[in-house]
Design a protein. Structure first.
Length: 534
């Protein structure tokens, strides 16, 4: 009953347990508190620090040993009273701005039902004001750029504006004709723009699209129209994106709404005309593992599983714990004791428990993993370190809606992604070949804790290679080289960027369509630091 009320107050299950333990024990050392509460010592430290911040625990030192005591329970009432007082103040503040909020709401409703807001403006100062508003937006900006008259009307202003604007913004794309526009985008074409042939000149009007706004400008007459409407803006975005995809782009990062994007960067060095990156860092929690973990959580909920346990170097565990948010499923991460404290703390902030083991000594069997995580005899526990590769099956369907690949290149990691894609390809009797890249350098692999678990896919991957798919081995230096060379293309990490190592293996022909799967970014800074120093 007491723990239930403390949870309503805002404490987590473990915070409530530690607080009640301290009330019962009085002044105690952390080792005694952890033992009494049945929570491992490192987690107890983190929880106590959180309770100190909430004013529920005091600390003191005796004989160079820190000791902790619970503050009087009346502090709970005082905190609630202070919260109520702040909420009442907030309520009064909201009431004062409510009429303005209602007006904004009505305007938005008009937008939703299809009524656009249209404003006209003219003159140099009004046009400058429109461009200045682009500095403030956090939305992606798309520009059909022309400056045949722009260069004559406001040359100094636009030279200064674009120099500052393009240096500070990553989410800008422009379609230019190969004329004077290049003056304003000098040094930024590779990052922000594509060029169209001179024979296909753009309109004399400049069109700018961002958020729910579409702006059409005529520099010859110094006149413009601003349309605010979701449907109209989305239509213009769709037209722009279609033109962008078919242009020969050479950009550094995909825009926020682009997961599959074409890069011409590989044409210069390798002569591949149709090279795409499929960016899984755009997933909700930044990794391809989000797909697998969504499947795991769905099945675990269906079968009333109490706890999921995973041996992880951080990425898969973090994504799994995020996916479990809002459910009753507990996620336990088993990590190597030598991974960074920052990563351990990140996991502890979201996972039910983080257990440290010396994973470099040997792999853990499933029964060992489950025993380590078990707290109650009747718990239903799944070891999800491997398996559930069906979660990756949707990737092929998504790709084929946009392109027809000849090759798909993926990092091997555990082998689940490679195996799932090959199975999807063969189920459709497709001619696509899947290439997996693996690091053979044991020194490098020692920094990736997931590698300590024996892959269950080794035999099936060997069989798949006999059917024309490939597994390529690279060394640590190759991984470092491709990571440093291509990490600007998308948010990535060393074990994701290894897919680009296939470019130097004489596999692809000029007209092949190749899709490189960027499996995502990392929260494990120690991996990147290790590779950088390799």
């Amino acid at each position: 009953m007491i723990e239930k009320i403390l949870k309503k107050y805002g404490l987590s299950e473990k915070e409530a347990k530690i607080y009640l333990t301290l009330l019962e024990m009085g002044k105690s050392a952390v080792s005694d508190i952890a033992k009494k509460a049945g929570i491992n010592r490192s987690t107890t430290y983190v929880i106590i620090e959180a309770l100190i911040e909430q004013g529920l625990v005091n600390t003191s030192e005796e004989n160079k040993v820190k000791r902790y005591t619970a503050t009087p329970p009346s502090n709970l009432i005082r905190t609630i009273e202070e919260t109520i007082e702040k909420q009442n103040e907030l309520l009064n503040e909201v009431n004062t701005v409510l009429p303005e909020l209602e007006t904004l709401f009505k305007e938005k409703q008009n937008d939703l039902i299809g009524k656009p807001t249209i404003n006209f403006f003219e003159g140099k100062e009004s046009i400058k004001a429109i461009y200045e508003s682009l500095r403030e937006t956090k939305k992606s900006v798309r520009i059909y750029a022309t400056n045949e008259d722009k260069a004559n009307m406001l040359p100094k202003y636009f030279q200064s504006f674009y120099k500052d604007f393009l240096n500070k913004k990553n989410n800008v794309r422009a379609i230019l004709s190969q004329e004077k526009e290049l003056d304003f985008f000098k040094g930024h074409v590779d990052k922000h723009a594509i060029l169209i042939p001179r024979s296909k000149k753009l309109s004399q009007s400049e069109i700018i699209i961002f958020g729910n706004k579409v702006i059409a400008l005529s520099f010859k007459s110094m006149f413009g129209v601003l349309i605010e409407n979701n449907a109209i803006a989305e239509a213009y975005k769709s037209i722009f994106d279609s033109a962008w995809r078919h242009g020969k782009s050479n950009i550094q990062f995909p825009q926020n709404d682009e997961k599959l994007f074409k890069t011409a960067e590989f044409i210069k060095t390798y002569g591949i005309e149709n090279a795409y990156i499929y960016d899984e860092s755009k997933n909700k929690f930044g990794t391809v593992q989000d797909r697998r973990n969504t499947l795991i959580i769905r099945e675990a909920k269906r079968l009333l599983v109490d706890k999921l346990v995973i041996v992880t170097n951080g990425e898969r565990g973090y994504s799994l714990a995020e996916a479990a948010r809002g459910t009753d499923i507990k996620v336990v991460c088993i990590v190597d004791k030598n991974i960074s404290n920052d990563l351990k703390n990140s996991l502890r902030n979201i996972a039910y428990d983080v257990i440290e083991k010396n994973l470099k000594e040997r792999s853990l069997r499933t029964e060992e993993v489950i025993t380590i995580a078990r707290e109650k005899d009747d718990e239903i526990i799944w070891d999800v370190t491997t398996g559930f590769e069906k979660g990756f099956e949707s990737i092929l369907d998504e790709l084929k809606r946009e392109v027809e690949p000849d090759y798909i290149v993926v990092p091997i990691a555990s082998g689940a992604l490679f195996t799932s894609l090959v199975q999807s390809v063969e189920r459709e009797n497709s001619q696509i070949k899947v290439i997996g890249i693996e690091v053979k350098d044991k020194k490098v692999l020692s920094s990736e804790i997931d590698s300590y678990q024996q892959s269950p896919y080794i035999r099936v991957m060997d069989d798949m290679q006999k059917r024309g798919h490939k597994v390529l081995m690279i060394n640590g230096k190759e991984m470092k080289d491709v990571y440093n060379k291509y990490k600007h293309l998308a948010e990535t990490e060393p074990f994701s960027s290894i897919v680009y190592a296939s470019l130097g293996k004489n596999i692809f022909k000029k007209r092949d369509t190749v899709v490189f799967i960027n499996s995502g970014k990392t929260k494990n800074s120690s991996i990147i630091s290790f590779i950088e120093s390799f």
